[in-house]
Design a protein. Sequence first.
Length: 264
Amino acid sequence: MNFENKCFWITGASSGMGKALALLLGDYHVHLILSDRNFEGLTDVVNEIETKGSKATPVQLDMSDAAAIRLKTEEILAKVGKIDGLYQFAGISQRSLVTETPDVNDRKIMEVNFFGAVTLAKCLLPSMISHGGGQLAVTSSLVGKFGFPYRSAYSASKHALHGYFESLRAENSAFNIKVSILIPGRIQTNISRFALTSDGNEYGKMDPGQANGITAKKAARQILAGLKKEKKEVHVGGKELLMLYFRRFVPSLFYFISSRIKPV
C-alpha cells in the first residue's frame, strides 16, 4: 500500500490506536475521514492532522446504528468520490462472567464490534471494487484467537470478525481488495475503561496488564508497517503475543497458563 495522496476512513479515531494511526497517516498528505461517537474528541485530532498538511473530515457515528452507517457512507462517498482504505478500530469490551452477563450486553457487544464493522465494510466494498480495489483493516484481539475469562461476548465478536473478513478476502481478492486483520495484545488505550460490566455500566479503569502494555503510538507504528506490507494478519503488542504461539504449537502449555491468568 502506498499511502501518499489517498483517502482513508478510520473509525474509533478520537483516541487510542485509531487516533494514533490517523496522526501517522497525516504525514502522507492524505484525506482522512475520522469517525467516532465522541465528536468533540475528534476536534484535536483533526487540527493536528491539518498542521501536517493533510485534510481531515470529522464524522459523528455510532457503530451500533446500521441506518446511520449507511447514510453516512452515502454522504461521504458523494463528497470524496472514493475511499482507498477503511481501518476500523471502534469497539466495546467486557468485564463480566458468563453467568453474570445479561443477553442485552452480549447483543450490544456483537452489534458494535461485529455487525457495525461488517455493515460499514459492505457499504464501502462496491465502491472500492468499482474504483479498482482498496484496503480493509479490522481490529480483532488476542482473544479473537482464543477465549479468555471475563471476555466471552467480546471474544466471540472478535472470533466472528476473523471468519467474516477472511471470507470477504477470499471472495474479492480478484478485485484487488486487500484485507488485514489487526490482532492487538495489551495496548494502553481506553477500551477497558469503557468495557461493559454485568450491570451494563462502564468498568471505569484501566486493567493493570493493559497499563503495562505498549503505547497506542507504538502500536500504530506496528499497524502502519503491517498495512504497508498488506499483511493478512498484523500482530500488535509485546511479549503477550507469545500466547499466540503457545496456543498453536504447545496447546497444553497455553491451557495451563490461561487457566491461571487473572481475568482482569
